[in-house]
Design a binder for this molecule. Structure first.
Ligand code: SF4
Length: 263
C-alpha cells in the first residue's frame, strides 16, 4: 500500500509552455525607418534543440547527484492506495498538489474505494472538492471512473497504460504517475516542471510533453528511471524555478546547457 505523503507546498500541475525571455530593447530607429512597421522582436532564448546534447557520462553523473542528495524521493499528492492516487491525479489537473490534498484528506477519509465513492454520490463528492478548479467536471469524472473500475476491472486500478487512459478524466500523464507510483513502472510523467527542466537543461528538448517524455526515457539509464520523475519534478519545483532559477545552489549547474544560467 502506498504511503501518505505530506506536502510542504504546491505548484500547478498543468503543462504550460517554456517561459518566455524578456525581449531586448529595440535599437534607436531613424525617422525613415520608424515610419516603417517595426518587426516583432525575436525570442532571445536559443531553441533548446540547438543545445549541445548531454553525453551518457554527464547524464549518469547528474542522476547520481540527484540520488545522493535524495535517495528516496516522494510525490507530494496524498493518497492511501492506487485508487486514491488515481483520483488525486485526476483532480490535480490545473490545480496545485497542496490544493488537492486539502480537499482529498476529508474525501478519502470517507471514500477510499470505488464502491464507497459511488455510495457517496456525485453531489457529495462535488461538495468535498469544490475548492479545486473545474470541480463539477472532476466530480463527474471521479464517479464515472469509479463505475468503470467496478464494471470492467473488478474495482481495481488496472496496470496498463491503455486501460488507465480509458478511464474518464485520465490521460497519459495520469497513467504515467499511477504506473510509476503505485506499480513501480519506469514511466516518466511530464508535468510543467519536468517539461521546463528537460528543455532548459538540454537533457531532453521537445516541443510537447510527449517529446520530452520520450527524450528523457531515451537518455536516462534504467537504474535511475524509478525515481527520475520525482527528482526532475522536485528539481523544477524547488531549484530550477520558472522565473528565477536558483542556479547558484543547483546540483547540476556545471552540466546544465542553459545559456542563461547564472553560474
Ligand atoms: S543551472 Fe540553473 S537553469 Fe540549469 S538546471 Fe540548474 S537551476 Fe536550472
Amino acid at each position: 500500500m502506498a504511503k501518505i505523503i505530506r506536502p510542504s507546498g504546491g505548484r500547478k500541475s498543468s503543462v504550460p509552455a517554456v517561459p518566455k525571455k524578456p525581449a531586448k530593447k529595440a535599437a534607436k530607429a531613424s525617422p525613415k525607418a520608424a515610419a516603417k512597421k517595426t518587426p516583432k522582436p525575436k525570442p532571445q532564448q536559443p531553441k533548446p534543440q540547438k543545445l549541445k546534447p548531454w553525453t551518457p557520462a554527464e547524464v549518469y553523473e547528474a542522476f547520481s547527484r540527484f540520488r545522493k542528495a535524495n535517495p528516496e524521493p516522494k510525490g507530494e499528492l496524498e493518497h492511501l492506495n492506487p485508487y486514491t492516487l488515481l483520483v488525486a491525479v485526476v483532480l490535480s489537473a490545473q490545480a496545485t498538489d497542496a490544493g488537492v490534498n486539502k480537499a482529498t484528506r476529508a474525501l478519502f477519509a470517507v471514500a477510499d474505494t470505488p464502491d464507497k465513492m459511488l455510495a457517496l454520490g456525485e453531489e457529495k463528492v462535488r461538495d468535498y472538492i469544490k475548492t479545486i478548479g473545474l470541480y463539477r467536471n472532476k466530480a463527474k469524472n471521479v464517479i464515472a471512473l469509479s463505475e468503470k473500475l467496478i464494471a470492467e476491472f473488478g474495482g481495481e486500478v488496472p496496470r496498463t497504460r491503455p486501460e488507465i487512459e480509458s478511464l474518464p478524466g485520465a490521460g497519459r500523464k495520469t497513467a504515467n504517475v499511477v504506473l510509476n507510483m503505485a506499480y513501480g513502472e519506469h514511466t516518466m510523467a511530464v508535468d510543467t516542471h519536468v517539461f521546463r527542466v528537460g528543455n532548459r537543461t538540454g537533457l531532453a528538448p521537445g516541443d510537447t510533453p510527449l517529446a520530452v517524455e520520450l527524450g528523457l526515457e531515451k537518455v536516462i539509464p534504467p537504474e535511475f528511471m524509478l525515481h527520475a520523475h520525482h527528482w526532475l519534478i522536485l528539481h523544477g519545483r524547488y531549484t530550477c524555478l520558472a522565473r528565477k532559477p536558483r542556479c547558484e545552489v543547483c546540483l547540476i549547474n556545471d552540466l546544465c546547457r542553459w545559456p542563461e544560467k547564472s553560474v
